[in-house]
Ligand binder design. Structure first.
Ligand SMILES: [Zn+2]
Length: 482
């Protein structure tokens, strides 16, 4: 056997040279890899920047399309309202009934036509179908088909706006889900959702628990840390709003149904003039039939819900970046659309990493105005009855549209509110759901030592709590930034 020392020196030198060459190669390789990583990072950045534009275009297009349909639906309802007044004036109760149903159908199904059109708009701008959004629309269809299985405070079930309405409405939702949902309905308001407030329906509570943000308690629930007496001491969740729904959950026109007599209609300032403007005869010229005749048909005109169509307060926040002044004729909230798209962004620099997502919520609103008697323009709500006066649609700042607390498409949050909370209030922490962030917060909350730590901190540090943290504006909803 040959010993290593007996080897000729030449191969050893070659090996050494190869070794050096290998080191150089390794060094070069490392340099190239570093360069490649930098380039890929720049590509990621580039993809992200281009994607941001794409997400914004898609979200804005979807919002504009939705708002256009909201405006068109309001106009159609306005026409039907005028025709119904004429039918009642002529004593034709049957026609008045038919027109009432047509207006309600428009109020529920018109926005869903907009919801479908918004998907086409978003996809044309490159937004992909979103499985979560699609599943959620499917889920709302299921709930609608089941007649929204809940009871109002007085024990009544939710009434159908017209015979067979929930089946038709569910079929429309299913059709939207069948096509794939690329733009989620961020400011949808769901039938049967609690109408009042409750600490457990405030996302701020969970964020405060998980982040040990004790100042939140001092501000929003000053006695809770000290006085909490266990899960069975929580007050019940507030009951659902007991007004029967008068418009779609998604892209709602925010209307309500009201009985109006002929006398009510005749006394409505600005209404007689609307007939002339629509090219219709004036039903009030020859005197309107008495109240009994006018309410002979099934009652119900569609009016602006004053709790939603009030002055546009969000636009008056002094910290709000708004150019120019809000003209009085456009100073109303009401129907608006917030559509969210999410573009997945693969991380080329690290293929193993979870893909990121670029999120954009576009917001838009239909606009119209009434001509006042003295030539000054008035907001459409100057006449409480919906009239066909919405020719325009415009993008608006996201913070200026109405949002339910937490956003409708925060799927995990909704699941927590609708499924986990009722179970927790009935059976306590044992019923909390694994894998739910909000349930994890409740578990921690149940720990007395945790609450004592908060009380102790506040007893000496509450002077640090003078500045309100960002977010959590009026209404308790956290607004997502663009
Ligand atoms: Zn939960």
């Amino acid at each position: 056997m040959q010993s290593p020392a007996a080897r000729s020196p030449r191969p050893a030198a070659r090996t050494a040279a190869r070794g050096r060459g290998g080191q150089v190669l390794l060094f070069l390789l490392a340099a190239v890899l570093a360069l490649l990583a930098a380039v890929l990072w720049l590509v990621d950045l580039h993809v992200a920047i281009r994607g941001k534009d794409r997400a914004q275009n898609a979200g804005d297009a979807a919002a504009l399309e939705s708002a256009r349909w909201q405006g068109a639906s309001l106009n159609a309802i306005g026409e039907l309202n005028l025709l119904r007044v004429l039918a009642l004036a002529a004593g034709d109760a049957e026609a008045a009934d038919t027109l009432r149903e047509a207006a309600l159908r428009t109020s529920f199904l018109g926005p869903l036509a907009g919801a479908a059109a918004a998907q086409t708009a978003a996809k044309l701008d490159g937004a992909p179908d979103n499985d979560g959004f699609t599943a959620f629309v499917r889920e709302r269809a299921r709930v609608a088909r089941g007649g929204y299985g809940f009871r109002f405070a007085d024990g009544t079930a939710m009434p159908e706006p017209w015979p067979g309405a929930w089946g038709e409405y569910a079929a429309a939702l299913d059709a939207i889900a069948d096509g794939g949902v690329a733009a989620g309905f961020d400011n949808a308001a769901f039938f049967g959702d609690p109408a009042g407030s409750h600490v457990l329906l405030d996302q701020g509570f969970y964020a405060a628990v998980l982040g040990r943000s004790w100042c939140w308690f001092r501000r929003a629930a000053p006695t809770l840390l000290d006085d909490y007496a266990g899960w069975s001491s929580w007050p019940p969740l507030p009951p659902p709003d007991d007004a029967p729904p008068a418009s779609s959950e998604i892209l709602s026109l925010r209307l309500r149904l009201e009985d109006l007599t002929g006398a009510d209609l005749a006394a409505m300032p600005g209404l007689p003039a609307a007939f002339g403007e629509a090219g219709l005869p004036d039903p009030f010229a020859a005197g309107f039939p008495d109240g009994a005749a006018a309410t002979n048909a099934a009652p119900g005109f569609l009016l602006y819900d004053p709790s939603r169509w009030g002055p546009w307060e969000a636009m008056k926040d002094p910290s709000f970046p708004v150019e120019g002044e809000l003209r009085p004729e456009y100073d109303y909230a009401g129907a608006d659309a917030a559509l969210r798209v999410e573009l997945p962004v693969p991380r080329l620099s690290d293929p193993a990493a979870e893909p990121g997502a670029l999120v954009w919520t576009g917001a838009a609103k239909p606009f119209g105005k009434l001509a006042g008697e003295d030539g000054a323009d008035l907001p459409p709500t100057a006449v409480p009855l919906v009239l066909p006066v919405f020719p325009q649609v415009r993008l608006v700042p996201l913070d200026a549209v109405w949002m339910p607390s937490g956003g409708a498409f925060d799927l995990a949050w909704r699941r927590h509110c609708v499924e986990h909370l009722p179970r927790y209030l009935e059976r306590g922490p044992a019923a909390l759901a694994a894998g739910c962030r909000h349930c994890r917060a409740l578990e921690r909350w149940e720990d007395a030592a945790f609450r004592r730590a908060g009380s102790r901190w506040l007893s000496t540090n509450s002077w640090k709590c003078t500045v309100a943290p960002p977010g959590g504006g009026p209404g308790g909803g956290s607004r997502h930034a663009h």
